[in-house]
Design a protein around this ligand. Structure first.
Ligand SMILES: *[C@@H]1O[C@H](CO)[C@@H](O)[C@H](O)[C@H]1NC(C)=O
Ligand SMILES: *[C@@H]1O[C@H](CO)[C@@H](O)[C@H](O)[C@H]1NC(C)=O
Ligand SMILES: *[C@@H]1O[C@H](CO)[C@@H](O)[C@H](O)[C@H]1NC(C)=O
Length: 528
């Protein structure tokens, strides 16, 4: 920095001090900046009505009974939520509210009955039914086990501590269902390795926010932590360290942990770009750059049949390991510079009359898509795989992440494609404060299009890219900022009163903290 720069910095510094001292003349009132709600639900239910009365719960005696159909998913949920509800007595948020008024006769709620009316589905899926009704005088009715899970989460959030080690729940009736079927969180485990135990806690946090898709961006340029059965050398050479990997057992545990919570695990193996770590063991499938980039490996080499054979075999394994219908195959940010520098690529393009690099990428994506679909999987791709292309199969779901998302959603849905929004939900874009309002304000249907087009928006995903997060900070960076996205995707379109949301989110952070999710403060000075 030159001298002039130093002087300028000094002036800015002085000015900064001056401004701080001016603003600190206003002395804040003691106490939290935002008063938390007491027993309010996040994300906000579709319909709720309260009588003004309340029930008390004796945590030592309270139980949850299945009166309808029962299965392993429901049994496990009942034991999880029984514990969560009992542990609510340890919350430190509500001391100021322990004594309540407004009820004439106080009844004890001894048990909650869960009436599941249809046989359990084994696995969560895109069109699962998550609706439920809940009367806190004692009954949950759900037509699918997924609705029963969401109902138990809601009930647990309504419960707050009372005097004498008792719990309190308002007499309330709720009917609820999500607005969008795909409410996801992307977690990148390539830029930093994230331990399995942290991933499981992320799934806990997702459950408390009614997210239903864990988009696992499992590998990328920087590392390949997935231990393949077919190609173990990929992680042996491509992981950051031999112990920074996800074994088949780890992956199975994460999928099962999600399954019983109604969370789908969708893996992403991004091709043909973002694959540099694959080249540590399989350089032959990547493009050898030439000229200016001599000695570097670029995106996959789309001219070789060996590349397709390898990708096909890996995706066949992915198809077997990850039970979800959908597989994310990436398709973003392919570096054309390396392809441009390669004589092999240019010769191939001339011989095959391929006019441009986007066309070459399109040929690659089409080829991979066909093989995914022959396995009965449906591909999800990032927007670039689609932008210059009308020939992707109509089933393909496109994820919008960059640029004018309103225009892009409008374009893709006009072309009949189903779409996911992420552009406004990048969790790695950090600003000051609680930093969630910007996510809350993004409305996925705020683009021009017909009703039919709007129906093609399946929902969206918060994206936790991994460059600046590791085991130590990923959880507080995701929560509660992603909670704003969860409510936008679950609650009705007119749920946008930020003042009201602030108070509920203040409580929700305390709740997540109590349950072992280290969510950061939502709004500034507060009790949690
Ligand atoms: C929070 O509640 C307390 C007690 O009811 C009240 O005195 C205070 O003004 C409230 N603070 C805010 C910011 O609403
Ligand atoms: C469960 O709900 C169904 C449908 O509302 C109802 O017909 C049935 O009687 C209920 N069962 C119990 C045990 O409450
Ligand atoms: C429980 O609440 C529901 C919904 O408010 C109501 O229809 C029902 O009559 C109540 N049941 C009892 C036993 O009070």
């Amino acid at each position: 920095m030159n001298k002039e720069g130093t002087v300028r910095v000094a002036i800015i510094f002085l000015l900064g001090n001056l401004l701080t001292s001016v603003s600190s003349i206003i002395i804040p009132d003691p106490g939290p900046l935002v008063n938390a709600t007491v027993g309010a639900v996040w994300p906000k239910p579709k319909f709720q009505t309260a009588t003004g009365n309340y029930f008390l719960i004796d945590p030592k005696k309270f139980n949850i009974l299945a009166t309808g159909i029962i299965c392993d998913i429901l049994e496990q949920a009942i034991s999880r939520y029984t514990k969560i509800i009992r542990d609510t007595v340890y919350s430190r948020l509500y001391h100021a509210h322990l004594v309540r008024h407004g009820s004439t006769t106080i009844k004890i709620l001894a048990s909650l009955r869960v009436n599941l009316t249809s046989p359990c589905e084994q696995r969560p899926h895109l069109s699962m039914d998550e609706s439920y009704s809940l009367a806190t005088n004692g009954t949950i009715i759900a037509h699918s086990v997924w609705g029963a899970l969401r109902a138990l989460e809601t009930f647990s959030q309504l419960v707050t501590p009372h005097e004498n080690q008792m719990l309190h729940v308002e007499d309330i009736y709720i009917h609820d269902e999500p607005r969008f079927p795909h409410r996801g969180l992307l977690v990148d485990t390539s830029r930093h390795y994230i331990s399995k135990s942290i991933l499981l806690t992320i799934l806990d946090g997702m459950t408390y926010n009614k997210f239903n898709v864990f988009h696992w961006h499992i590998v990328d340029d920087q590392s390949f932590p997935y231990v393949s059965k077919e190609f173990p050398e990929l992680s042996k050479k491509g992981a950051f360290r031999p112990d920074m990997v996800y074994t088949q057992e780890d992956v199975a545990e994460i999928i099962e942990y999600g399954r019983v919570r109604g969370i789908r695990v969708i893996p992403e193996f991004d091709v043909p770009g973002h694959t540099r770590s694959w080249g540590e063991s399989h350089p032959e499938i990547l493009t050898e750059c030439q000229g200016e980039y001599e000695g570097h490996l670029g995106p996959m080499n789309p001219t070789k049949s060996a590349t397709y054979k390898f990708v096909d075999e890996l995706f066949r394994e992915v198809h077997e390991v990850f039970p979800d219908q959908y597989i994310h195959i990436g398709g973003d940010e392919v570096s054309f510079e390396c392809w441009r520098s390669s004589k092999e690529i240019i010769d191939f393009m001339v011989q095959n009359n391929i006019p441009s690099f986007p066309s070459l990428q399109r040929i690659f994506m089409e080829r991979v898509t066909r093989s995914i679909m022959s396995l009965n999987n449906t591909p999800i791709v990032w927007q670039e795989a689609m932008v210059r292309d009308v020939r992707m199969p109509p089933e393909t779901v496109v994820q919008v992440w960059l640029g004018d998302w309103r225009f892009l959603l409008s374009t893709f849905t006009r072309g009949g494609h189903r779409a996911l929004l992420s552009e406004c939900w990048y969790l790695d874009h950090v600003q000051r404060g609680g930093d969630w309002e910007k996510y809350y304000r993004c409305e996925p249907l705020d683009f021009s299009g017909t009703e039919k087009q709007k129906k093609l928006v399946l929902g969206g995903e918060g994206c936790m890219w991994g460059e600046a997060v590791n085991d130590h900070n990923i959880l507080p960076r995701i929560f509660p900022r992603a909670s704003a996205i969860a409510e936008r995707l679950w609650s009705t379109q007119d749920t946008k009163d930020e003042k009201e949301a602030k108070r509920r989110l203040e409580e929700h952070v305390c709740r997540m903290n109590l349950r072992g999710v280290p969510a950061q403060p939502a709004n500034g000075p507060g009790i949690c």
